[in-house]
Design a binder for this molecule. Sequence first.
Ligand SMILES: [Zn+2]
Length: 471
Amino acid sequence: MAHEVCNDINEWITENVWQPVESWVGRYVEKCQEQDCDWWCACCNKWFCWLAWVVEKVIEWVLVPITKLVVHTVCEIVADVIDLIVNVFVGLWDIVVGIFTWDWARVWDGLVQLVGGVITFVVDIFRIATFGDAIGFLSDWVSQERLRSYVRDKLKEKYRGDELQAIKDALGVDYGEFGFRIATRAIRTFVRSDFRLPGSDVPELIRWHENAGLRLNLKELCGYDYEEFWRRFRPEVVGDNGDVSESDVDDYINSRGASGPTFSIFCMDEGTLGTKISTASEKARALGLLFRWRKETIQVTRPEHVRQKGFDQNGVTALVGFLNTVIGRRLKSVDPAGATADLCNVPTVGVFRYTDKLNGLTVNLQQGACDGLTPNDDSGLTFMDRLPDIVWKYVQVHEMGHYFGLCHVDGVNRIMFTAAADENKSAWDWWLIPDYLYLHGGPVFVFEEATQVWDYIIANFTADCLRTRAK
Ligand SMILES: [Zn+2]
């Protein structure tokens, strides 16, 4: 979590310190080059131009990357120490509380957090001390500059004049922090204990609980129990009047909703969502995407929206319908301009479960970068929580990759990797060890994927969207 702040600090410095300096020097050089030579002093006015040009290049290729690297390194070390302290204390707390309450799942999670936290710290400090982190950072910076010029050329093919300039300014193509500041919604779906269908005196939660075919056991939805140990998740039960205990929920179930507290169950708690969205923000920078999040909650009232349909039950069609009716995405078949405008706001919807082994699902509006990613009637994605974070916190940003047209790839060092058996992707890739452990300390998006994302954006997003910076 703390690591995201490092990116924010660097973004702030770029926008508020380097951007004004670079654009001032850039304008001076431009004006200078248009000047005629003063012959009386052997073109002395032009010497300054040459000097200014050198200064411009030194700022761009030396000062900016070096200050960024220094800020990044210092900030990463501080963030690593903070993360270590948090992981050790939270892990120990869970182990102790778990032992005293005989909650072995909690002891296991505490142990994973404690050991995982220490290993992550040691690996990160090793990476920083042996310059792996610095090399990774500088190679990312070079990729970013390449992406910037790729996007500049690509925009020129489609746009002209003032429109082109407005888009380039909004994206920071020439000066400042480059990236598409795009509005993203982090939605947590929730269910209510007092929701009944008209004419029914039993709450829907109870009816679902009693219908074994739906696999919506209320104790599992609340997180007191689990269907499968390796697919546990972290829902949050929030009472209307204070805390809700497991026996309160038993009371609610046994009385069929007649007694017990009224409460909401969220598909994941806020901290869990926070970890995922800061991971997404950090990783998507390599794609030139700067997410501007808005957190929301949305109530779901149908069993198929709690346990979402997977590939076993025509999940793609079901997701198109869900995004349209519950999330408000417009259908291309009904309102093509509306569906295209909707692209400008990415809905990422946290859900409880799927009917099959899915962890997340996306529908992309237009043809993606591979044959498998065919266009759909609307756009958006769902994802679920799963432990442990070290593996599963990347699901949301993986789905966001699909939203921008990205396909599955080989290698666990890549965010777009999938272990799904029918996809036949190999976990091994020769870059795995150096890239994952040494340069980046986790899975990444690569330059080629960034160009695919921008091909998709420039081809399909509206000019209005491109020239607006989401706040
Ligand atoms: Zn996928």
